[in-house]
Every structure is written in structure tokens, then in C-alpha cells.
Design a protein around this ligand. Sequence first.
Ligand SMILES: *[C@@H]1O[C@H](CO)[C@@H](O)[C@H](O)[C@H]1NC(C)=O
Ligand SMILES: *[C@@H]1O[C@H](CO)[C@@H](O)[C@H](O)[C@H]1NC(C)=O
Ligand SMILES: *[C@@H]1O[C@H](CO)[C@@H](O)[C@H](O)[C@H]1NC(C)=O
Ligand SMILES: *[C@@H]1O[C@H](CO)[C@@H](O)[C@H](O)[C@H]1NC(C)=O
Ligand SMILES: *[C@@H]1O[C@H](CO)[C@@H](O)[C@H](O)[C@H]1NC(C)=O
Ligand SMILES: *[C@@H]1O[C@H](CO)[C@@H](O)[C@H](O)[C@H]1NC(C)=O
Ligand SMILES: *[C@@H]1O[C@H](CO)[C@@H](O)[C@H](O)[C@H]1NC(C)=O
Ligand SMILES: *[C@@H]1O[C@H](CO)[C@@H](O)[C@H](O)[C@H]1NC(C)=O
Ligand SMILES: *[C@@H]1O[C@H](CO)[C@@H](O)[C@H](O)[C@H]1NC(C)=O
Length: 841
Amino acid sequence: MGCCDGGGHRRTALLFLAAAVAACVAAAAAQEPNTDAYFVSGFFSKLGRPAPSSSGASGVCSWPGVSCDGEGRVVAFSAAGMGLAGAIPEDTVGKLARLQALDLSGNRLTALPNDLWELGASLRALNLSGNAIRGALPNNVGNFALLQVLDVSHNAFTGALPQALGSIAGLQVLNASHNQFQGQVPSAVVFGCGNLVAMDLSGNALDGDLPDLSPLRSLAYLNLSGNRLGGSVVGAFQEQLRVIDLCNNRFSGLNFSSGYAGSALVYLDLSGNELLGEFNIAGRFRNLRHVNLAHNQLSNANLLVSMGEISELEYVNLSSTGLHGQIPPQFSSRLVGLKVLDLSRNNISGVVPDMSSLRLRVLDLSVNNLTGEIPVELVKKLASMDRFNFSYNNLTVCASELSPEAFAAAFAKSRNDCPIAVNPDSIKKSRGKRKGMKLALAVVLSLFFSVLGLLCLAVACRRRRKRCDTLPVVKQVSFKEEPAVSGPFAFQADSTTWVADVKVATSVPVVIFEKPLLSFTFADLLAATSNFDRGTLLAEGRFGPVYRGFLPGGIQVAVKVLVHGSVMEDQDAARELERLGRIKHPNLVPLTGYCLAGDQRIAIYEYMENGNLHNLLHDLPLGVQMTEDWSRDTWEDNVDGVATEIITPEGTATWMFRHKIALGAARALAFLHHGCIPQIVHRDVKASSIYFDCAMEPRLSDFGLSMIAGTSIDNDLLHHSPGYTPPEFSISENAMATAKSDVYSFGVVLFELVTGKKPLGDEYPDQKEASLVNWARAMVKANLGSSIIDPKIRDTGLERQMEEALRIAYLCTAELPSKRPAMQQIVGLLKDIEPKVAEQH
Ligand SMILES: *[C@@H]1O[C@H](CO)[C@@H](O)[C@H](O)[C@H]1NC(C)=O
Ligand SMILES: *[C@@H]1O[C@H](CO)[C@@H](O)[C@H](O)[C@H]1NC(C)=O
Ligand SMILES: *[C@@H]1O[C@H](CO)[C@@H](O)[C@H](O)[C@H]1NC(C)=O
Ligand SMILES: *[C@@H]1O[C@H](CO)[C@@H](O)[C@H](O)[C@H]1NC(C)=O
Ligand SMILES: *[C@@H]1O[C@H](CO)[C@@H](O)[C@H](O)[C@H]1NC(C)=O
Ligand SMILES: *[C@@H]1O[C@H](CO)[C@@H](O)[C@H](O)[C@H]1NC(C)=O
Ligand SMILES: *[C@@H]1O[C@H](CO)[C@@H](O)[C@H](O)[C@H]1NC(C)=O
Ligand SMILES: *[C@@H]1O[C@H](CO)[C@@H](O)[C@H](O)[C@H]1NC(C)=O
Ligand SMILES: *[C@@H]1O[C@H](CO)[C@@H](O)[C@H](O)[C@H]1NC(C)=O
């Protein structure tokens, strides 16, 4: 620093000194003994805190938490929630001679000063709530002759409540809750504190009997919960009380005097006592909103009926009170404000009334003796409730929207049965059998495969090989393309061109779930499909081209390129595909792996060699996917001279096989709807989504692919295929695919299976409207079902079983989604048909 700075520096120092001196003078003034400022600042300094700084001349009166009277004397002092710890020091707050309100709540103070009681001449409100003050509350408290509010709640006081409290005639609020006070409710308080408005002694260890509180003529709030009080509760029922909380004590008697009407009472909690006998509320409590009598032994049969007359009720808890009788209809007609109703653990009989008009948030009727069906309207409301429980009754319910877990929790021991207008015999038979699916697989999505495979030879098919490991291991074509080749790679399918923006094909991994040790790359996919040659093209599906290929090691796969742009990040797509790979069901086409090649997501499926249901039903070659682009030429190109004999699989044209397909597809859908969390909606159920594996087991493909391939706005991918679209979609552009829309599409497939007709464009005799659903539904309705059975299968089984299947399809295709059964129920219905081998021919 230079010498020219010296003067300035000195000047600064002088100014600073002057300021410091001024501050000291001010502080000295504050500390002048026996002033209010001295006591307040001493309060903080003795508790190890800096005294508040005084700004300006007004001194202590401007300190936070301090209020003064006109003469500059402190009348209110608050130091709440400051984390102060230790005993309240002597010669501080106790010396504020005009103090009227002292609030030291929410600290960690442990003891009262002896001079506190000197405040008796002025103090009106004392709040010591939420500290750690130990020991007895001394009788000195009686010195506070003017006290109106005393809050010592949430401390560690012990001993009896001092009788001297009774000398505070003006006391309005007494809060001693959450301490360890013992002994009785002091009768001195009852007789002396005639102005008491609120008395909260909850959460202590008080015992003895409850005195008659009638001298407390102003008392509106009484909380004695969580003590050990016994005897009769009647002393508490004074006409003017608005709140009575006596829960969790040992009260045993209740016997209101005949004059008591309880017309001011809004809140009553007597739960958790040992009350015995009749709780007579008839004609009383007309303003009651909240009543909890849970866990007592009440006996009157009329309790529910008289409660149904109290129209203001919002909360009713009569759990475990020994109630019997029925739930009266008044509960749903008069208690329009009811939000919580807990009648659990009683012996209530009769039916569940329709309480759907109430705004219930919580409904617990569990562990009773209720019978019959839960009203449909009420079941619909459940979704909007916070909690409901109907377990352990003798109830029947149709709650098809609930997951099996939610059903098990809220409807234990209830029968899940929707009224279906099919053969009533089969419903009865199917009861115990439908155990619900225990399959607790996680999640999914799915993929759509519009693929199909080239088939095994006709001969092999007829033999219906059960074993799949006899597949010929085709030698990997040693593909001349060199690994050095670099992208981006462009490919031409029949109508689509797609580009894999990959620089080095060997650097892009292919994930195969079951064989994580095999490190395949995009180069292997190139090799497997002869560079995605059109000769290996199986089909062009809705999401993009599908190729057939052999990965090294002879793994035969269908390779599906999801050409449509996706909004999903690579990471998310990979995660979805991984989840998808974990979804396994004997009637679902498994996803074997995937590859993220630049922007393209490539899904790899197990190859389904026996074609799909569409081709089987309509006598198309089993290896070929019907698509808009399909033509005879393509077919010939594709098979490239391999045995192209068109297969008419006689072995498959039987009722038994058709039934097996229906049941398999139903099981797959029931699994997606009810066995997966969150539920998976397929969105594109149709005959060409049902494939046959090498053992001719039906397998559903194409679940959830739109999540990976499509954007949420990309409606094309979310729409059902023509002929399978539920009516709600033609009504509204914005209809959402739900489990019930899958049920509809499944119903169309079921009609196809029985009639052998295509959903659209076939000939439907006697029917103007050109759709299978309209025609078949009209025929079933006219009881002409037997006339529309596919002639190819008519003689291979029992006609009444085929008619039964038509009736199930009829139910599935109901106009209203809510009228359609759930997939689980359809599985049950189809299982009940049970065609026997012997029934064929
Ligand atoms: C006492 O202080 C606590 C915490 O600040 C507050 O919640 C309570 O209402 C006060 N008591 C009274 C009677 O005002
Ligand atoms: C008494 O104090 C407890 C805890 O501080 C509080 O929850 C309760 O509302 C108070 N009671 C009254 C009547 O102020
Ligand atoms: C009564 O006191 C208990 C414990 O302090 C509390 O949980 C309950 O809410 C109080 N009752 C009312 C009606 O305020
Ligand atoms: C209830 O009170 C009535 C009169 O008020 C009395 O006759 C009756 O014996 C009492 N019952 C019990 C169980 O105390
Ligand atoms: C009914 O009261 C009992 C006992 O206080 C309690 O355990 C239960 O949760 C209450 N029910 C509802 C729905 O609040
Ligand atoms: C339930 O009430 C019925 C009559 O409604 C009675 O027969 C039965 O014994 C009662 N059961 C129990 C456990 O109290
Ligand atoms: C259920 O109620 C019926 C009559 O309504 C009765 O016969 C039966 O004993 C009751 N069951 C139980 C467990 O209380
Ligand atoms: C259950 O209710 C049905 C009528 O809905 C009745 O036939 C049956 O006996 C009841 N079962 C029991 C155990 O109460
Ligand atoms: C319904 O009540 C039963 C019997 O008390 C209980 O086991 C079950 O957990 C409850 N379920 C729900 C969803 O609260």
C-alpha cells in the first residue's frame, strides 16, 4: 500500500471507533440493570444466545417477539420455536412486571424459574407447549389470578394436576395434553374454573371416575382421550359441549339423562373404551358430524336406524361395536354428506344398500354377515374412493375392473361373479374353478408381429410335431459382406425403404435375452437376413418389414424392423424391450432379443413356423402374412422355389382345435389384462395376430408395440384393424383402447372361429350390413346360432358347444364396453365347454 493511502485508512479507523463507542453506549443502556430490556436481553444471554440488536431509540420494544404498552414496558414476549435449551433462567422473564402474554413454546426448555410466579399480577396467557419441562406443576400456578390461557401441553410434567388451578376463575383454555399427569381430573377445576371453554387433558395417565362437569357451563371442547379414566361417561354430556373426545380410556357406563339432547354436539369420540349396553341416540345429536364409537360392546339393534336420522353426519365409525341388524336405507337417502363409513367387525346382516349417491371416501364393511350382490352402481364408485373393504362377508360382486391383488384385498371371501346371460349352468359350474390368475409378472408391452413364417413342410405339419428341437440347423450363409463395410445402410422392403444409421456394423450389439453370452452384432443380423434381402422378407406389417433369419448357432428368428419414428429415447426403448422380453406365457409369442441400430428399433422374435389363424381359417398358405401389399407374385418371390404346396390342414379343421385356439388366445389376453401390472391392453387383437408354434399351440403376438414404435399421437398405430374395431371407436375420435376393447376384438375372432367367415367382405346371408359381427349377433339373437356354424367343423363336435361359443362371442361384442365380460371370465366360460376327443366325428 502506498503512503498516499495512509490518511484515508486512518480516517476509516476513526469512524469505525466512533461507531463502536456509540454501539457500546446503546448496549450499556440496554443492559442498565432492572429494566425490561435488561431482563429480556439477559434471558437470551443466559441461554447462550446473543441479545437482539436494538435499532434506534425505541430499544427493547422493537425487538422481535416483544410488545410494549404506551410507557415502553414489555407486555408480551414470545420466543417460540428458537431451539432454546435448558432451564428458564431466573431474573429474566419472571421479572417483566407488566407481562401479560408469555410464549416460550416449541423449545427444549427443561425447568421453570422460581420467579415465574411473580408474574401473577399481570399474566393472562402462558404457553409452554412443546418443551421438555419435568417435575410437578406447582400449586403456585394458582398465583396467576388473571390467567385465561394456560398451555403446558407436550412436556414431561408428572404428578397430579394442582388443585390450585381451581382458583384461576377466569381460565378459559386449559391444555395439559401429552404429559404424564396422574391422579384424577381435579374437582377443584370443575368447581372453580367456571369460565373454561376448552379443556384438553388428553394423553396423560389420569385415572378415577369422570366428575360431573355440569358446573363448567361454558365448556365447549373436552378432550380426555388416552388416559385411564373409568366409570360412566355421562358426566361429560353437557348440553353446550360441541366436542367430546373420550376415546381410549376405560369408561364402561353410558346412560344419558332423559333431558339431554346434545344439540350442540358436533364431534363425539368414545372409541376404545369398555362401554356396555345401549347407546341411546334416538332423537339426540341432530347436529353431529363426526361419531366414533368403535371398539366397545354396544347392544342396541336400533343404533344404525337412529343414526340414519342424523342428516349432518360426515364420519361414522362403528367398527367392532357388536352391532347387529341391517344397514337401514336412510344411510343412502338421508346422510347425503357422509364421507367415511366404517361398520367393520360387527354382525350386520342383510344386503349392502346402494350408497353410490353419497360422496364416500372410505367405506369399510368388512367382517360382517352381509349377503347378496353389491350394487353395481356402488361398485362403479369404488374407483373414486380412497379406501374400501368388503372382505369376510357372504357377498357377490362384479368388479371386473379391479386387479386380482386389489380384489383379493378388498373382497376376500367374496365371489367375483358378473351376471352373464350365457348358459347359467356353466356359470355355476365354473365358480370354484376360476381361481384367478396367480401370475404376477411385471409389465409389458408388446409387439406386434405381422409376421409369419415360412412353414415347415406339409408333411411335418400334418404330423403335428410336439418337439421343436428337431429343427434343421441351417448352416449360416457365409455372407460375403465384409465386417469392414460401413454404413449408414439402406434397405428396400417391398413398399418401404428404411435406413439403419450405423457406422460400423460390428459395433452395434444385438441383445439376445436367453443367451447373454453370445455376442451378436448388427453384422450378424445382416448376415442372417442376407443383408435384409427381399428374399427373406416375410411380411410388411403395420410397423415395418419383417424378415426371417438364422442367427449363428442355428437360432431361427423373425426380425421385425420398427420403421415408424419413435419419440422414445434409446434408453427407454431398450428398457421397454427388456421388460417385454420378460413377459412369458405359453400363449404369447416370445420376444427373444432386440437391436438398436441408429434410429431403428429391431425386435427379434421366436419364429412361428406354422402361420397364423387368419391364413389357417381362410385357407391361405400358412407361411404367408396377408397384407395389403401381398400378392401372389410376392409370395412366389419370397419362397423362392421352396415347396410352396398350399396347405389345407385337415387336422386343424375340427371344433376341438378351434376351441383350443379360442381358449389359448383368451388365456393370453387374460394374462395381459389381469396378470400384469400395470395392465397391458393389446390394442390389435385379430386373427392374424394369433400364430401357431411348432406344436400348433396358438400364440398371441403384437402386444404394446405401439409404445416402442409409435408416437402417442400416431393414431394409425393405435387403431384397431378393420373389422375388429369396437363401436366406441367409430363414435368418438378420442376413444381410448381399454381391456374391454380387446374383449370386443376377441369376440370377433371367436365369431370367425365358429363361423369360418372373415370379419369384413365375406358373404353374410340374410344380412344387409356387411360385417360378421352384425350378422352373427343378429343370428344368435334370433336363436339361429346353429345355422351359422362353419360347415367344415360342424360334424366334428357337439353343436350346442359351438352355439355356446357363439353366445360368448355375442357377449364379448356387446355395444357397451361395460356389458362385456372380463377376459378372466371368458376363460372360465370357454373352459366350461370342454370338448372331448370322443365327441369328434
Ligand atoms: C402454544 O404454542 C403452540 C406452538 O406455537 C401453538 O400451536 C398453540 O396453539 C399455542 N397455544 C395456545 C393456547 O395458543
Ligand atoms: C393442546 O395442545 C395440543 C398439542 O400442543 C394441541 O394439539 C391441541 O390442539 C391443544 N388443545 C387445545 C384445546 O388447544
Ligand atoms: C384429542 O386429543 C388427541 C391426543 O392429543 C388428539 O389426537 C385428538 O385429535 C383430539 N381430539 C380432538 C377432537 O381434537
Ligand atoms: C340409567 O338411568 C336411569 C334413570 O336415569 C336409571 O333408571 C337406570 O337404572 C340407569 N341404568 C344404568 C345401567 O345405570
Ligand atoms: C375407526 O376407529 C378405529 C378405532 O379408533 C380406528 O382404528 C379405525 O381406523 C377407524 N376407521 C376409520 C375408517 O377411520
Ligand atoms: C349374528 O346375528 C344373528 C342374528 O341376526 C345371530 O343369529 C348370530 O348368533 C349373531 N352372531 C354373532 C357372532 O353374534
Ligand atoms: C348370519 O346371519 C344369519 C341370518 O341372517 C344367521 O343365521 C347366521 O348365524 C349369521 N352368521 C354369523 C356368523 O353370525
Ligand atoms: C351366503 O348367502 C347365500 C345366499 O346369498 C346363502 O344361500 C348361503 O347360505 C350363505 N352362506 C353363509 C355361510 O352364510
Ligand atoms: C380388509 O379387511 C380385512 C379384515 O380386517 C383385512 O385383512 C384386509 O387387509 C383389509 N383390506 C383392505 C384393502 O384394507
